[in-house]
Design a protein. Structure first.
Length: 291
């Protein structure tokens, strides 16, 4: 019988500790919380499981896989996000290897000298940890742990010791609380400060930071920028915080935010992925890099 509950009552950190101590093998699935209108034994709202939000798998107490439904976690996306494949390479590979498994695709990429085996292992490990660290910040949602249930054999599984994950996760939880306090509303936007040339002089940005910079525009909300770059709430908050502290961007209200607030009874428009002209982005990045 699977272990079931709600991370409101039994946190993700406690679940990781249980898996680690018992050397469990299986998959933890976390779902959207749907109110049933009933009360539980503690007087809280009873929740039913909605659609799947995330899945984390373990083998003999080691973390081996993690995926979030809101993110594309296939190998091409993971390598593209880490900067091992550029956007054009990722687009071509997705088109030509549409039905190829991650394991088969990894061999093709290694043989074609796109990436090394070490690149693939480190990028998958980083992606897995990013997903788990993001889950640690969730404070509600039904979960189910099913013994001996693992991802399909075509997935690339990288074993990671849970002790270090739990320790680092606790440190990051404190960081996440600070980031959320600093930037509670992801529907704010970003703009460049005055005299951006002076601000960017001598600055070295990561691939992910460049991608966020390329979408900086008061019309694009931070939430939209995160979605366009396949980033979690934690990742986008961390990058925006760093850019803001360096004086490279400023947080502003997007156009029409006041009108939306005063018209809350109207239907909320669906957030759209921000559109950025590729030539404009390339010119901006080339210009900043040449400073």
């Amino acid at each position: 019988m699977p272990l079931q509950g709600n991370i409101r009552d039994f946190s993700t950190t406690q679940l990781l500790n249980l898996v680690n101590l018992a050397r469990k093998t299986g998959t933890l699935t976390i779902f959207e919380a749907l109110k049933t209108g009933e009360k539980d034994a503690m007087g809280g709202d009873k929740m039913a499981a909605g659609k799947q939000r995330a899945a984390v798998s373990f083998k003999a107490g080691k973390l081996i896989f993690a995926a979030m439904d809101a993110q594309d976690g296939n190998l091409v996306s993971v390598l593209n996000k880490a900067g091992k494949l550029n956007d054009e390479q990722a687009r071509i590979i997705r088109t030509r290897a549409k039905n190829t498994s991650d394991k088969a695709l990894a061999l093709l990429l290694i043989n074609a000298n796109y990436v090394s085996q070490g690149d693939i292992v480190s990028c998958i490990q980083r992606h897995t940890l990013d997903v788990v660290y993001n889950l640690l910040s969730w404070n509600e949602g039904p979960f189910r742990f099913e013994d001996n249930t693992l991802p399909d054999s075509n997935r690339i599984l990288v074993p990671i010791d849970l002790e270090n994950v739990i320790i680092e996760g606790s440190r990051r939880m404190r960081e996440i609380e600070q980031l959320s306090d600093h930037l509670p509303n992801l529907d704010m936007a970003l703009k460049f400060p005055e005299n951006p040339k002076e601000k960017f002089k001598g600055i070295h940005l990561s691939v992910e930071e460049w991608r966020v910079v390329s979408f900086v525009n008061p019309k694009n909300t931070i939430r939209q920028i995160a979605k366009a770059n396949n980033m979690s709430d934690v990742e986008i908050r961390r990058i925006v915080y760093g850019l803001e502290q360096a004086g490279l961007v400023e947080i502003v209200k997007p156009p029409g935010m006041e009108q939306q607030a005063s018209s809350s009874n109207r239907r909320r428009p669906q957030a759209r992925t921000p559109q950025v002209q590729k030539t404009v982005v390339n010119k901006l990045i080339d210009k900043i890099r040449s400073i």
